[in-house]
Design a protein around this ligand. Structure first.
Ligand code: 4AD
Ligand code: MG
Length: 476
């Protein structure tokens, strides 16, 4: 007799066949009905015990969280809501779970509480659904690119370059912090460090991905990135995953077409392949929404939102047009925005949310930002003031993607480096790619956890990564 999973048992036609399953107890009711779960699906299978023929000692050990092995016949279910159940003939406890101390009770726990129990939260319905979907999206990303001729590149995690110029990086060193070697000027002598220079964890694989795209045409990275920014928000992690495609012979319009098609594909993939989990998450969200004041409630339910995004074109407009819309908006006129709206300053999340959630009520691609606050590698537009940048803004999530057409002209790139205080010797290899067969190319970075937030409807980024790293928090 082979071992089954909950998922495949639920798919079998019940005909009294003998089955065996190892799983965990979710609930045990009336000394008779055990709901078994094993993570293969959001659903449980019911095992029915004949308590008169079972030892009381054994049944006492059937508690929430216990691991069990159940044998019996698969029969059509008498109860409502399930098609089949196991009539138990054999029950073995594989691992006890003491109900006096097990932190997860068969009731609803708050997400805050579960964050403190991140080692156990996988066992809840919500996190089971989130992490099955996270896997599904990861698979769909590789599938999408593979089917379109992209090559996956593993770009380095330890780096000596600062791609975004943000300066908020985690240093990597083997120097003795208590007694580091110093040079004559009294500064730390990094030539004695492991790599002979100062190194950090990467904030992006883009610059290296560009090198690969300039030979393999279409590539993408999908790896961890690290940012030491002290942003304690529901959308920032210190360690997160990013997908960065890079395409040769492509311009900003090609880049916008790619991100729109890619995101719609991913959302459709979730709808087509993770329906049970999405329905559970949608119900969960709907219940939470009920507790909120009318004005704060979301306009659409989770599944409606996903269907809407999958089936509607994204709005495309320039930064300059967005500034006009914002300056003519009610919240601007009534001085409701906390941050100024002025051409030349970056948009804050309150402005992005207004555009996406109030003005357009759909995903927005903003392009052509002022060069002054964008990275050195973005292509300078003919107006000499703006760059061929694009940010994709999503409802409830804000910025989900940032990208651009890249500056392929060596002289312009060198001028941008100079203006931004980037020393040529630090990016010599990047500059050299513009000396030999330089060409138009473009790419973007999709924040994986921001995507998962959108797809699952979870409101806090800490709840879509197994073990979140945020300022002052690196437990587990
Ligand atoms: O906009 P960013 O900083 O762009 C880049 O890193 C470029 N090198 C991408 C490229 O063109 N290849 O980051 C890209 C995306 C953001 O839009 C956001 O979704 C996500 O990464 N992101 C974060 N996600 C979670 N926590 C953080 N601290 C994040 N910072 C950025
Ligand atoms: Mg960005």
């Amino acid at each position: 007799m082979s071992q089954h999973t909950v998922k495949d048992l639920l798919a079998l036609a019940p005909s009294g066949q003998e089955v065996e399953i190892k799983a965990w107890v979710r609930t045990f009711r009336s000394n008779r009905f055990i709901a078994l779960s094993d993570g293969t699906t959001i659903n449980t299978i019911q095992a029915v015990v004949d308590f008169e023929n079972m030892s009381e000692e054994l049944l006492k050990r059937v508690t929430t969280g216990a691991a069990v092995c159940v044998k019996g016949k698969l029969e059509a279910s008498q109860g409502k809501g399930q098609s089949s159940e196991i009539q138990v003939s054999g029950l073995e406890i594989l691992g006890d779970s003491d109900p006096e101390v097990y932190p997860l009770q068969p009731k609803k726990h708050s997400l805050d509480f579960l964050r403190e129990k991140a080692h156990l939260r996988f066992r809840t319905n919500t996190f089971g659904a989130v992490f099955r979907l996270r896997h599904g999206m990861s698979y769909a990303i590789h599938k999408y690119f593979n089917e379109r001729g992209f090559f996956n590149m593993h770009t380095p995690i330890i780096t000596a370059s600062d791609a975004e110029g943000a300066g908020e990086m985690f240093q990597v060193t083997t120097l003795d912090l208590k007694n580091p070697p110093k040079n004559e000027a009294g500064e730390i002598n990094y030539s004695e460090d492991f790599f002979g220079k100062e190194t950090n964890l990467t904030v992006s694989g883009q610059l290296e991905a560009e090198m690969a795209a300039l030979a393999l045409r279409k590539v993408y990275t999908f790896g961890p990135t690290f940012r030491a920014e002290n942003s304690n928000t529901s959308r920032h992690l210190a360690e997160f995953w990013m997908i960065e495609p890079e395409v040769a012979f492509a311009d900003l319009t090609d880049n916008m077409d790619l991100i729109e098609d890619f995101l719609q594909y991913l959302v459709k993939y979730a709808l087509d392949n993770y329906r049970d989990d999405l329905e559970f998450l949608a119900q969960r969200e709907a219940q939470e929404e009920k507790g909120k004041p009318e004005a704060e409630r979301k306009a659409m339910g989770l599944i409606e939102r996903l269907e809407f995004v999958a089936n509607h074109k994204f709005e495309r407009l320039t930064y300059t047009e967005a500034i006009d819309i914002l300056r003519n908006s009610k919240p601007f006129k009534k001085k409701k925005f906390k941050y100024p709206v002025e051409w030349g300053t970056d948009l804050q999340s309150e402005h992005e949310r207004y555009l996406v959630e109030k003005h357009f009520e759909k995903p927005v691609i903003l392009t052509d930002y002022p060069a002054s606050f964008k990275a050195f590698y973005m292509r300078l537009n003919d107006d000499q003031k703006t760059v061929a940048a694009m940010d994709v803004l999503f409802p409830g999530v804000g910025e989900i993607t940032g990208g651009s057409q890249r500056e392929e002209r060596l002289d312009v790139l060198k001028r941008r480096c100079e203006a931004m205080g980037i020393e040529e010797e630090h990016v010599w290899w990047y500059l050299e790619s513009r000396m030999f067969g330089t060409c138009q190319h473009a790419g973007f970075g999709l924040g994986f956890e921001r995507l998962i937030m959108f797809v699952t409807g979870m409101g806090n980024i800490r709840d879509v990564i197994p073990f979140p790293r945020t300022p002052q928090n690196c437990e587990f």
